[in-house]
Design a protein around this ligand. Structure first.
Ligand code: AMP
Ligand code: MN
Ligand code: MN
Ligand code: MN
Length: 276
Protein backbone atom coordinates (compact mmCIF):
# COMPACT_ATOMS: atom_id res chain seq x y z
CA UNK A 1 0.00 0.00 0.00
CA UNK A 2 1.58 3.29 -1.11
CA UNK A 3 -0.54 6.00 0.53
CA UNK A 4 0.11 9.66 -0.21
CA UNK A 5 -2.50 11.62 1.72
CA UNK A 6 -1.28 15.20 1.48
CA UNK A 7 -0.67 17.29 -1.65
CA UNK A 8 -1.85 20.35 -3.52
CA UNK A 9 -3.22 21.37 -6.91
CA UNK A 10 -3.72 24.77 -8.54
CA UNK A 11 -7.06 24.96 -6.74
CA UNK A 12 -4.85 26.20 -3.85
CA UNK A 13 -1.09 26.79 -3.98
CA UNK A 14 0.05 23.88 -6.16
CA UNK A 15 0.98 24.39 -9.80
CA UNK A 16 -0.74 21.44 -11.50
CA UNK A 17 -4.43 20.84 -12.12
CA UNK A 18 -6.05 18.13 -9.92
CA UNK A 19 -6.06 15.61 -12.81
CA UNK A 20 -2.36 16.23 -13.46
CA UNK A 21 -1.55 15.70 -9.77
CA UNK A 22 -3.56 12.45 -9.92
CA UNK A 23 -1.55 11.22 -12.91
CA UNK A 24 1.71 12.16 -11.23
CA UNK A 25 0.69 10.32 -8.05
CA UNK A 26 -0.20 7.24 -10.08
CA UNK A 27 3.10 7.45 -12.00
CA UNK A 28 4.87 7.67 -8.62
CA UNK A 29 3.34 4.37 -7.51
CA UNK A 30 0.64 5.77 -5.22
CA UNK A 31 -2.26 3.36 -4.62
CA UNK A 32 -4.24 5.35 -2.00
CA UNK A 33 -4.37 9.04 -2.68
CA UNK A 34 -5.86 12.25 -1.30
CA UNK A 35 -5.72 15.76 -2.72
CA UNK A 36 -5.68 18.14 0.28
CA UNK A 37 -5.87 21.68 -1.03
CA UNK A 38 -5.68 24.51 1.49
CA UNK A 39 -9.12 25.60 2.71
CA UNK A 40 -10.74 24.45 -0.56
CA UNK A 41 -12.72 21.51 -1.92
CA UNK A 42 -12.95 22.74 -5.52
CA UNK A 43 -10.60 20.07 -6.89
CA UNK A 44 -12.26 17.05 -5.28
CA UNK A 45 -14.51 15.82 -8.10
CA UNK A 46 -11.74 16.00 -10.71
CA UNK A 47 -9.26 14.39 -8.31
CA UNK A 48 -11.58 11.49 -7.48
CA UNK A 49 -12.67 10.76 -11.04
CA UNK A 50 -9.10 10.82 -12.38
CA UNK A 51 -7.77 8.77 -9.47
CA UNK A 52 -10.45 6.10 -9.81
CA UNK A 53 -10.03 5.91 -13.60
CA UNK A 54 -6.34 5.19 -12.95
CA UNK A 55 -7.20 2.49 -10.40
CA UNK A 56 -6.16 4.36 -7.24
CA UNK A 57 -8.28 4.40 -4.08
CA UNK A 58 -9.35 7.98 -3.37
CA UNK A 59 -10.04 9.75 -0.06
CA UNK A 60 -11.49 13.25 -0.33
CA UNK A 61 -9.27 15.66 1.59
CA UNK A 62 -8.61 19.21 2.70
CA UNK A 63 -5.92 21.05 4.68
CA UNK A 64 -7.44 23.65 7.00
CA UNK A 65 -5.49 26.69 8.23
CA UNK A 66 -5.87 27.04 12.01
CA UNK A 67 -4.68 29.55 14.60
CA UNK A 68 -3.78 27.97 17.92
CA UNK A 69 -1.76 29.62 20.73
CA UNK A 70 -1.13 32.61 18.46
CA UNK A 71 0.51 30.49 15.75
CA UNK A 72 -0.64 28.92 12.51
CA UNK A 73 -0.98 25.18 12.24
CA UNK A 74 -2.60 22.96 9.62
CA UNK A 75 -5.22 20.26 10.16
CA UNK A 76 -5.83 17.79 7.34
CA UNK A 77 -9.28 16.25 6.99
CA UNK A 78 -9.35 12.85 5.27
CA UNK A 79 -12.35 10.92 3.99
CA UNK A 80 -14.57 13.98 4.17
CA UNK A 81 -17.84 14.40 2.29
CA UNK A 82 -17.13 17.41 0.03
CA UNK A 83 -20.85 18.25 -0.10
CA UNK A 84 -21.15 18.74 3.70
CA UNK A 85 -22.62 22.23 4.29
CA UNK A 86 -20.81 22.80 7.62
CA UNK A 87 -17.45 22.03 6.01
CA UNK A 88 -18.17 24.13 2.91
CA UNK A 89 -19.32 27.09 5.02
CA UNK A 90 -16.39 26.81 7.42
CA UNK A 91 -13.87 26.73 4.60
CA UNK A 92 -15.52 29.71 2.91
CA UNK A 93 -15.14 31.70 6.14
CA UNK A 94 -11.54 30.54 6.57
CA UNK A 95 -10.60 31.66 3.04
CA UNK A 96 -12.40 34.98 3.51
CA UNK A 97 -9.55 37.13 4.74
CA UNK A 98 -6.95 36.05 2.20
CA UNK A 99 -7.32 38.93 -0.27
CA UNK A 100 -6.97 41.69 2.34
CA UNK A 101 -4.06 39.80 3.87
CA UNK A 102 -2.38 39.53 0.47
CA UNK A 103 -2.72 43.28 -0.02
CA UNK A 104 -1.09 43.80 3.39
CA UNK A 105 1.73 41.41 2.45
CA UNK A 106 2.28 43.38 -0.77
CA UNK A 107 2.41 46.66 1.17
CA UNK A 108 4.95 45.18 3.59
CA UNK A 109 7.07 43.95 0.68
CA UNK A 110 6.86 47.33 -1.03
CA UNK A 111 8.25 48.90 2.16
CA UNK A 112 11.40 46.79 1.75
CA UNK A 113 11.84 47.66 -1.91
CA UNK A 114 9.70 45.05 -3.68
CA UNK A 115 6.94 46.79 -5.63
CA UNK A 116 4.04 45.22 -7.49
CA UNK A 117 3.92 42.00 -5.48
CA UNK A 118 0.12 41.77 -5.28
CA UNK A 119 -0.33 41.86 -9.06
CA UNK A 120 2.79 39.71 -9.43
CA UNK A 121 1.52 37.02 -7.08
CA UNK A 122 -1.89 37.06 -8.78
CA UNK A 123 -0.24 35.97 -12.04
CA UNK A 124 0.46 32.64 -10.34
CA UNK A 125 -3.05 32.24 -8.91
CA UNK A 126 -5.64 29.99 -10.57
CA UNK A 127 -8.30 30.30 -7.86
CA UNK A 128 -8.80 34.00 -6.98
CA UNK A 129 -10.23 33.02 -3.54
CA UNK A 130 -7.02 31.35 -2.56
CA UNK A 131 -4.06 33.70 -2.81
CA UNK A 132 -1.29 32.24 -0.69
CA UNK A 133 2.22 33.13 0.41
CA UNK A 134 3.40 30.46 -2.02
CA UNK A 135 2.16 32.62 -4.92
CA UNK A 136 4.18 35.56 -3.58
CA UNK A 137 7.18 33.26 -3.22
CA UNK A 138 6.98 32.22 -6.89
CA UNK A 139 6.79 35.89 -7.93
CA UNK A 140 9.83 36.84 -5.82
CA UNK A 141 11.83 33.96 -7.30
CA UNK A 142 10.80 34.97 -10.83
CA UNK A 143 11.96 38.56 -10.15
CA UNK A 144 15.31 37.38 -8.78
CA UNK A 145 14.77 38.48 -5.16
CA UNK A 146 15.47 34.94 -3.94
CA UNK A 147 16.92 31.71 -5.26
CA UNK A 148 14.02 29.40 -4.34
CA UNK A 149 10.61 29.52 -2.69
CA UNK A 150 12.19 28.14 0.52
CA UNK A 151 14.68 31.03 0.39
CA UNK A 152 11.77 33.49 0.07
CA UNK A 153 10.21 32.12 3.28
CA UNK A 154 13.57 32.31 5.09
CA UNK A 155 14.15 35.92 4.09
CA UNK A 156 10.79 37.57 3.45
CA UNK A 157 7.60 35.64 4.24
CA UNK A 158 8.30 33.43 7.26
CA UNK A 159 7.16 34.49 10.74
CA UNK A 160 9.13 37.53 11.90
CA UNK A 161 10.38 38.40 8.40
CA UNK A 162 9.58 41.75 6.71
CA UNK A 163 6.74 40.48 4.50
CA UNK A 164 5.05 38.44 7.25
CA UNK A 165 1.50 39.53 8.12
CA UNK A 166 -0.15 37.95 11.14
CA UNK A 167 -3.53 36.44 10.34
CA UNK A 168 -6.37 34.77 12.23
CA UNK A 169 -7.46 31.47 10.70
CA UNK A 170 -10.05 28.93 11.94
CA UNK A 171 -10.03 27.74 15.55
CA UNK A 172 -8.83 24.18 16.21
CA UNK A 173 -12.24 23.40 17.68
CA UNK A 174 -14.06 24.54 14.54
CA UNK A 175 -11.68 22.84 12.10
CA UNK A 176 -11.99 19.48 13.89
CA UNK A 177 -15.77 19.90 14.15
CA UNK A 178 -16.19 20.66 10.42
CA UNK A 179 -14.13 17.61 9.49
CA UNK A 180 -16.16 15.48 11.89
CA UNK A 181 -19.45 16.84 10.52
CA UNK A 182 -18.25 15.80 7.06
CA UNK A 183 -17.58 12.26 8.30
CA UNK A 184 -13.80 12.58 8.02
CA UNK A 185 -10.79 12.04 10.27
CA UNK A 186 -8.82 15.06 11.53
CA UNK A 187 -5.05 14.79 11.24
CA UNK A 188 -2.47 17.27 12.56
CA UNK A 189 -0.31 18.08 9.54
CA UNK A 190 3.51 18.15 9.69
CA UNK A 191 3.79 18.76 13.48
CA UNK A 192 7.58 19.10 13.15
CA UNK A 193 7.12 22.44 11.39
CA UNK A 194 5.55 24.30 14.30
CA UNK A 195 7.62 26.36 16.68
CA UNK A 196 5.69 25.47 19.80
CA UNK A 197 7.48 24.77 23.08
CA UNK A 198 7.34 21.16 24.42
CA UNK A 199 4.65 22.26 26.90
CA UNK A 200 2.60 23.84 24.13
CA UNK A 201 2.96 20.71 22.00
CA UNK A 202 1.63 18.53 24.81
CA UNK A 203 -1.25 20.97 25.31
CA UNK A 204 -1.96 20.95 21.57
CA UNK A 205 -2.04 17.16 21.30
CA UNK A 206 -4.16 16.92 24.46
CA UNK A 207 -6.63 19.54 23.18
CA UNK A 208 -6.78 17.79 19.81
CA UNK A 209 -7.64 14.45 21.47
CA UNK A 210 -10.31 16.15 23.63
CA UNK A 211 -11.90 17.62 20.48
CA UNK A 212 -12.00 14.23 18.76
CA UNK A 213 -8.79 14.46 16.71
CA UNK A 214 -7.43 11.01 15.90
CA UNK A 215 -4.24 11.17 13.87
CA UNK A 216 -0.99 13.00 13.11
CA UNK A 217 1.32 13.02 10.13
CA UNK A 218 4.45 11.07 10.93
CA UNK A 219 6.14 10.55 7.56
CA UNK A 220 5.77 13.77 5.58
CA UNK A 221 7.83 15.73 3.08
CA UNK A 222 8.12 18.40 5.79
CA UNK A 223 9.87 16.10 8.32
CA UNK A 224 13.46 14.93 8.56
CA UNK A 225 14.08 11.23 9.30
CA UNK A 226 14.75 12.22 12.94
CA UNK A 227 11.31 13.82 13.00
CA UNK A 228 9.72 10.62 11.60
CA UNK A 229 11.02 8.92 14.76
CA UNK A 230 10.08 11.79 17.06
CA UNK A 231 6.47 11.93 15.84
CA UNK A 232 6.15 8.16 15.69
CA UNK A 233 6.84 8.34 19.44
CA UNK A 234 4.19 11.05 19.83
CA UNK A 235 1.70 8.82 17.97
CA UNK A 236 2.47 5.94 20.35
CA UNK A 237 2.24 8.18 23.43
CA UNK A 238 -1.11 9.76 22.50
CA UNK A 239 -2.60 6.75 20.71
CA UNK A 240 -2.80 8.59 17.39
CA UNK A 241 -3.19 6.88 14.06
CA UNK A 242 -0.41 7.86 11.68
CA UNK A 243 -0.51 9.45 8.25
CA UNK A 244 1.93 9.72 5.37
CA UNK A 245 2.01 12.41 2.69
CA UNK A 246 4.49 14.19 0.45
CA UNK A 247 2.93 17.69 0.68
CA UNK A 248 3.75 17.91 -3.03
CA UNK A 249 3.07 21.37 -4.56
CA UNK A 250 4.94 21.54 -7.88
CA UNK A 251 7.62 19.72 -9.87
CA UNK A 252 11.03 20.76 -8.56
CA UNK A 253 9.58 22.60 -5.53
CA UNK A 254 9.99 20.94 -2.16
CA UNK A 255 11.89 17.90 -1.10
CA UNK A 256 9.90 14.85 -2.19
CA UNK A 257 7.83 13.50 -5.05
CA UNK A 258 4.38 11.97 -4.75
CA UNK A 259 4.59 8.43 -3.42
CA UNK A 260 8.33 8.55 -2.76
CA UNK A 261 8.48 8.75 1.04
CA UNK A 262 9.54 5.82 3.24
CA UNK A 263 6.77 3.70 4.77
CA UNK A 264 5.33 4.30 8.23
CA UNK A 265 6.99 2.47 11.13
CA UNK A 266 5.22 -0.92 11.06
CA UNK A 267 3.87 -0.82 14.64
CA UNK A 268 1.82 2.34 14.00
CA UNK A 269 -1.82 2.17 12.90
CA UNK A 270 -2.17 3.81 9.48
CA UNK A 271 -4.98 6.36 9.36
CA UNK A 272 -6.18 4.92 6.03
CA UNK A 273 -6.95 1.50 7.58
CA UNK A 274 -10.19 2.82 9.05
CA UNK A 275 -11.08 4.91 6.01
CA UNK A 276 -10.84 2.25 3.29
P1 AMP B 1 -0.39 30.67 3.53
O1 AMP B 1 -1.50 29.69 3.70
O2 AMP B 1 -0.70 31.74 2.53
O3 AMP B 1 0.14 31.21 4.84
O4 AMP B 1 0.82 29.87 2.85
C1 AMP B 1 1.31 28.73 3.48
C2 AMP B 1 2.04 27.89 2.45
O5 AMP B 1 3.33 28.42 2.24
C3 AMP B 1 2.28 26.48 2.92
O6 AMP B 1 1.18 25.67 2.65
C4 AMP B 1 3.46 26.06 2.09
O7 AMP B 1 3.02 25.67 0.81
C5 AMP B 1 4.22 27.36 1.95
N1 AMP B 1 5.35 27.44 2.91
C6 AMP B 1 5.30 27.75 4.21
N2 AMP B 1 6.54 27.75 4.75
C7 AMP B 1 7.38 27.42 3.73
C8 AMP B 1 8.81 27.26 3.64
N3 AMP B 1 9.61 27.46 4.69
N4 AMP B 1 9.33 26.91 2.44
C9 AMP B 1 8.53 26.74 1.36
N5 AMP B 1 7.19 26.88 1.40
C10 AMP B 1 6.63 27.22 2.56
MN1 MN C 1 0.91 24.99 0.58
MN1 MN D 1 0.68 22.63 5.54
MN1 MN E 1 0.14 21.11 2.54
Amino acid sequence: MNADLHCHSNVSDGLLAPAEVARRAHAGGVTVWSLTDHDELGGQLEARSTAEALGMRYLAGVEISVTWAARTLHVVGLGVDPSCPALIEGLRATRGGRTARAQAIAAALEAVGIPGAYEGALQFVSNPDLISRTHFARFLVEKGFAASTADVFDRFLGEGKPGYVAHRWATLENAVAWIGAAGGIAVIAHPGRYRYTPLEFDALFGAFVDLGGRAIEVVTGSHTPDQYREYADVARRFGFEASRGSDFHAPGEGRVELGALPPLPPDLTPVWDRLL
